[in-house]
Design a protein around this ligand. Structure first.
Ligand code: HEM
Length: 130
């Protein structure tokens, strides 16, 4: 048996990232803090950008950079005021999405790594003290 070469492969590849981000945006659509931040009525394009980014980050296809160039996430989030409330709302939606992926796909070790990364990344994008 060949060991998966990347985190992306180890957790089920495209299908897992699709599910994760679809669930996340289902939660965003219903979140009164986050939903107003998204400029477009259709969350579909934003969902696709986040999915491509996360796939690339974890060793999957590099479609994000092919389409969007360097991520520059801090700069790209500057148009939005992201304080502790927005960060917590974002993480709450993400934790729900991660929880909904079963342990047969995402074992404890990979789940922990994913949650730790998301928490670190969300903290790094906070650009307001309120
Ligand atoms: C884009 C909010 C954290 C990755 C966006 C957009 C908003 C937003 C409103 C614009 C939607 C769009 O047009 O794509 C937030 C808030 C966060 C947060 C409130 C709370 C901390 C994160 C984190 C990541 C991330 C932690 C990565 C792990 C992205 C990506 C895009 C994006 C990849 C699209 C960038 C582009 O190519 O234009 N975010 N975000 N965001 N966000 Fe976040």
């Amino acid at each position: 048996v060949t060991e998966p070469a990347t985190f992306y492969e180890a957790v089920g590849g495209a299908e897992t990232f699709h599910r994760l981000v679809a669930t996340f945006y289902r939660e965003v659509a219903a979140d009164e803090v986050l939903r107003p931040l998204y400029p477009e009525e259709d969350l579909g394009p934003a969902e696709r950008r986040l999915r491509m980014f996360l796939e690339q980050y974890w060793g999957g296809p590099r479609t994000y950079s092919d389409e969007r160039g360097h991520p520059r996430l801090r700069m790209r989030h500057m148009p939005f005021r992201i304080g502790p409330i927005e960060r917590d709302a974002w993480l709450r939606c993400m934790r729900i999405a991660v929880e909904e992926i079963g342990s047969e796909v995402l074992d404890d070790e990979h789940r922990r790594a994913l949650l730790d990364y998301l928490e670190m990344a969300a903290n790094s994008l906070v650009n307001s003290t309120f």
